[in-house]
Design a binder for this molecule. Structure first.
Ligand SMILES: C[S@@+](CC[C@H](N)C(=O)[O-])C[C@H]1O[C@@H](n2cnc3c(N)ncnc32)[C@H](O)[C@@H]1O
Ligand SMILES: *[C@@H]1O[C@H](CO)[C@@H](O)[C@H](O)[C@H]1NC(C)=O
Ligand SMILES: *[C@@H]1O[C@H](CO)[C@@H](O)[C@H](O)[C@H]1NC(C)=O
Length: 248
């Protein structure tokens, strides 16, 4: 699936100018360089394609794009025509990936056109192919109605959450805050996620991870833990990928 979105014209750009223009891309290249042996080969194989795309055509807004690309390359959660809600979307890199993979711009007329809605507490700069709900708290009860007013159908196929609270540095507290954000999102799935839908959510590991995992298993047929190589080595961050929503 070729990316032919905005910015596609700049295929002659040098790597150097790209690195200067996009810190996140630079960081990802540094990550690639640090690796050796098998790790390096693994990364090179899996990240080669997105890097080539990123270099030639697209500036991802943040290196976190590579986490979603990696998860999607392995587990195929996005495809043309799907409708996606991206929670904690700022600065917008996951939404960029989602727009590309669900064909939200209709760039490929031979496959269905998808839809992407991103939401964040922070401001998100506009992105072709995505609808953004900036300065909005997903935990605010009034947010659900606003989301519904922006969706093309009542529910979405995929809910992504890369949300994270501002870390206090107190590991246990940060862990609990993020788990309760995830639990809240699971509650929202009832009103927002189609039966058989997918939920991907970031969590920081800790004592309540099992609780969240248990809840997910009650409501989805297939729940697995994913730890992308593109996550920083020192981070306790993982993702739960929950598929086949039972949809109460
Ligand atoms: C790691 S960043 C997401 C990066 C994004 N996936 C990307 O690729 O550009 C986490 C985001 O979650 C947002 N966030 C945290 N709590 C939130 C909440 N209650 N409602 C909406 N967004 C929230 C933060 O503002 C932050 O921008
Ligand atoms: C994190 O802090 C910034 C700056 O104080 C604030 O704008 C933002 O809303 C906070 N994010 C969360 C998730 O609380
Ligand atoms: C989820 O919903 C239940 C019942 O509807 C409620 O008791 C619980 O507090 C909610 N959890 C969160 C984290 O919002």
């Amino acid at each position: 699936m070729a990316w032919r979105g905005p910015g596609a014209a700049g295929s002659g750009r040098s790597l150097v100018s790209l690195s200067l223009r996009c810190r996140c891309f630079h960081a990802a290249v540094a990550l690639l360089k640090r690796k050796t042996g098998a790790d390096h080969q693994w990364l090179e194989r899996h990240l080669k394609d997105p890097f080539v795309k990123a270099t030639k055509q697209q500036n991802y807004r943040c290196r976190s794009a590579f986490k979603l690309l990696e998860i999607d390359d392995k587990l195929h959660i996005l495809r043309p025509g799907l409708s996606v809600l991206d929670c904690g979307a700022a600065p917008g890199a996951w939404s960029q990936v989602a727009v590309e993979r669900v064909n939200a711009l209709g760039t490929d007329p031979t496959v269905p056109t998808g839809f992407v809605l991103g939401i964040d507490l922070l401001r998100i700069s506009p992105l072709d192919g995505a609808v953004f709900l900036s300065e909005t708290d997903i935990t605010d009860p009034s947010t659900l109605r606003t989301i519904h007013s922006l969706l093309p159908a009542e529910k979405v196929d995929v809910i992504l959450s890369d949300m994270a609270p501002n870390a206090t540095g107190i590991k246990e507290l940060d862990h609990q805050k993020l788990i309760s954000l995830c639990l809240g999102l699971l509650n929202l799935s009832q009103s927002l996620l189609k039966p058989k839908g997918t939920l991907l959510c970031k969590f920081w590991d800790g004592q309540d991870s099992r609780l969240l995992q248990g809840r997910l298993k009650e409501q989805f047929q297939d729940v697995r833990t994913v730890k992308p190589q593109a996550s920083r080595k020192d981070s306790a961050e993982s993702y739960y990928l929950a598929r086949l929503y039972k949809g109460k």
